[in-house]
Write a protein that binds this ligand. Sequence first.
Ligand SMILES: NC(=O)c1ccc[n+]([C@@H]2O[C@H](COP(=O)([O-])OP(=O)(O)OC[C@H]3O[C@@H](n4cnc5c(N)ncnc54)[C@H](O)[C@@H]3O)[C@@H](O)[C@H]2O)c1
Length: 394
Amino acid sequence: MAKIAMLGTGFIAGFYTLSINGLRNRDQVHMVCSLDDKSGRKFAEKHGIPKWTTSIHDAVNDPEVDVVVVGLPNNLHKEAVLKAAEAKKAVLCTKPLGRNAAEAKVMLDAVEKAGIFNGYLEDLVYPAKTLKALESIKNGVVGQVIWARSRETHPGPHSDWFWTKEISGGGALLDLGCHCIEIGRNYIGKEIRPVEVVCWSDTIVKPIDAEDNTIGLVRYENGAVAQFEVSWSFRGGMDLRDEVMGTEGTIWINNFLRTGIEIFTAVGEGAYIAEKAESTTGWIFPVADEVVELGYNNMFADMLSAMEKGIECKETFYDGYVVNEIMDACYRSAKSKKWEPVELQNWRGNEKTEPINKFKEYNKDYYFVKEEKMPDGSVKLILKDKKTGQIIQK
Ligand SMILES: NC(=O)c1ccc[n+]([C@@H]2O[C@H](COP(=O)([O-])OP(=O)(O)OC[C@H]3O[C@@H](n4cnc5c(N)ncnc54)[C@H](O)[C@@H]3O)[C@@H](O)[C@H]2O)c1
């Protein structure tokens, strides 16, 4: 049984606590840390947590606490992680790990130097649908992944600090791009080196210093590309979708706006529908159980079980650091309007990955290009002559 100190009592701390304390779990949030005593007490009472404090130091150093979960605004991640490392407590940190790669690297070095268990709380690689997709890819169901697309767009975050660049470190690219980039990495293969990025990013709708809309491409060493699309000005709720295109197959995932339950109401449901939902009447798209749909429960199960077994969990601080390096390159590219290299100071994946094999053999003379059944029932076969390079059809 793990006894957890939850740092933060806001949006994510609520979901994390529901995931950990829910379903009669053997792990328990034992202590919560809040900005003020009133919200700490309220949160503790709501979730049946025995202790609360307003001091990050006291929460981390409580003698009964063995795991620290960081659910604080981005500018406090580093301070909280360094305190956990100093106290030699296992630490799980929400996304993004750092406001930039330099911050993430300091956190990575600190936890590794202290020899403590560390987990990067990237819930969106843990939904059951995503785990199924990743397993299918591993089993060769879609062949080699050549393109992965991940989209997270919504009408903008729920607290002032997200919109203040000095605190958050960035806008939609940092806040949502971190999810999509890590999803793409998982689909393409975390052992394959991300080489370069090209990115468009702009502030179009909101009166803020950071970006509210971004689209980017991350190119991997084997030629595969991960595309991400993020927005803080999308209307219609929260759109969370992934697509994977492989040499032999395709995967589509819709994690939020269409999860299998659709309700029509002429009068309005009058209750919470789902994160960032914008309408309460007409056709509405509730999310049955956000903790489950967004992978929070699988994520904590993986991390706390790995900790017990003394092995690495699926997402570690190293992954958080790689994501921050990719995002730093995206910010450089958005400025330069050119492809920019991903400058990984610390690379632990394959030294070299061969390019995706593009050509399928038809016979000793031809490469296969395409086969299609035509409206008249005939079958067209398109081939490429290996010697002459000529494309023919049969
Ligand atoms: N899906 C996800 O993984 C996901 C979703 C939302 C937010 N997040 C991340 O979680 C973190 C928090 O976001 P949120 O949405 O919960 O924000 P929030 O504004 O809802 O909550 C922030 C919390 O931090 C507390 N806090 C602020 N300063 C503090 C201090 N000095 N000491 C103690 N407590 C302090 C506040 O009281 C509040 O409880 C961010 O890093 C964000 O990126 C992750």
